[in-house]
Design a protein around this ligand. Structure first.
Ligand code: WQD
Length: 332
């Protein structure tokens, strides 16, 4: 029996594949390289000393998605594949709805045809919208402010609905907070194409002097230093959370929802200072206007994942900053 990892060449997907292989799982990776690079596959093999089958397939290509299930005995899917840039989703909503929703519907149709009844879904804290209070629990109200977040919320509801007629179906919704960092080897990490949207990849580009200076989007939020507060979590901690979720999914049916965060909130300036201190590198910044759609504060209450999955984030912000720098300094 194998675990199919869609988007397994991506940032979180590749780190999850490393943890799955290290735990002795048999995996199959599907990816179309729309936001990843082929060389990640051999890096996963180098890190783990393990091999796996790979299919370069787009989820919109049903015949080739079927081929994966026809040629492999897939009993669980860990589903990362999807577009994930908030700003781009506002500019290109149809592309996001088609790719993320239709792609997942095709995946579910093929899963049903081949009797695969377990899926672990890559959701996001963005489904909480702008929370009235923090820390955030899984039963908080859900709302979204951009098409990317709406695809995540819609897919949570679609996948949950599949459990109504089929009592054996098992859906695990993992709501990520802000994943940063990289594997300690420095072989895999986050290196988006073009100018990064997210904070840590942008700081890394400033650190390698590819970009001159960080724009801090607003310092007039109601937070301890006026800049945006988020729950940054090491990508390896996040990957290990998927392993725990997989083990749990094998013992349950129906819908389970978990926040995967540290429970700690750090501001933009906290992260800048932590990165400078961890790596002894100056990060020049200017205060810029707020970014449309940003919220002031967002961090998790990770109690449920600890109590049900037996999972807790272990790495601190210094390690996240060191591993981010280690990766970008070797891959630029
Ligand atoms: C973090 C903080 C910015 C860049 C997004 C998605 C979310 C998830 C993670 C997919 C904010 C500030 C940022 C910069 C800045 N992705 N910032 N200058 O917006 O919390 O979450 O990525 O699941 O769904 O919404 O992450 O890293 O973009 O921003 O000041 O150049 O850093 O204002 O306060 P965000 P981010």
């Amino acid at each position: 029996m194998s675990v199919l990892v869609t988007g397994g060449a991506g940032f979180i997907g590749s780190h999850t594949c490393v943890e799955l292989l290290n735990a002795g799982e048999d995996i199959v990776i599907l990816d179309n390289f729309s936001n990843s690079k082929p060389d990640v596959l051999d890096k996963i093999r180098t890190i783990t000393g393990k091999d796996f089958k790979f299919y370069e397939v787009d989820l919109l290509d049903k015949d080739n998605v079927e081929k994966v299930f026809k040629e492999n005995d897939i009993d669980t899917v860990i589903h990362f594949a999807g577009f994930k840039a908030v700003g781009e989703s506002v500019e290109k909503p149809l592309m996001y709805y088609h790719n993320n929703i239709t792609g997942t519907l095709i995946l579910c149709e093929v899963m049903k045809a081949y009797g695969c009844k377990r899926i672990v879904f890559s959701s996001s804290a963005t489904v909480y919208g702008s929370p009235k209070t923090v820390p955030i629990k899984e039963d908080f109200p859900l709302s979204t402010t951009n098409p990317y977040g709406t695809t995540k919320l819609m897919l949570e509801r679609i996948l949950s609905d599949l459990c109504v007629p089929d009592k054996d179906f098992c859906v695990t919704l993992l709501r990520y907070f802000n994943p940063i960092g990289a594997h300690e080897s420095g072989l895999i990490g986050e290196n988006p194409n073009g100018i990064p949207n997210n904070l840590m990849p942008y700081i890394c580009q400033v650190a390698i002097r590819k970009l001159d200076c960080l724009n801090v989007f607003g310092n007039d939020y109601p937070t301890h230093d006026g800049t945006g507060v988020r729950d940054y979590i090491h990508v390896v901690d996040l990957a290990k959370g998927h392993l725990k979720a997989l083990f749990n999914a094998r013992k349950t049916t129906g819908v389970s929802v978990f926040n995967l965060g540290t429970g700690n909130g750090y501001s933009v300036l906290d992260i800048v200072k932590a990165f400078e201190s961890a790596n002894n590198i100056k990060i020049p910044y200017v205060i810029a206007p707020r970014r449309a759609g940003d919220i002031a504060e967002c961090y998790a209450d990770p109690t449920k994942a600890r109590e049900v999955l037996g999972w807790k984030a272990e790495f601190d912000i210094e390690r996240m900053c060191k591993d981010s720098w280690n990766y970008i300094s070797k891959n630029n």
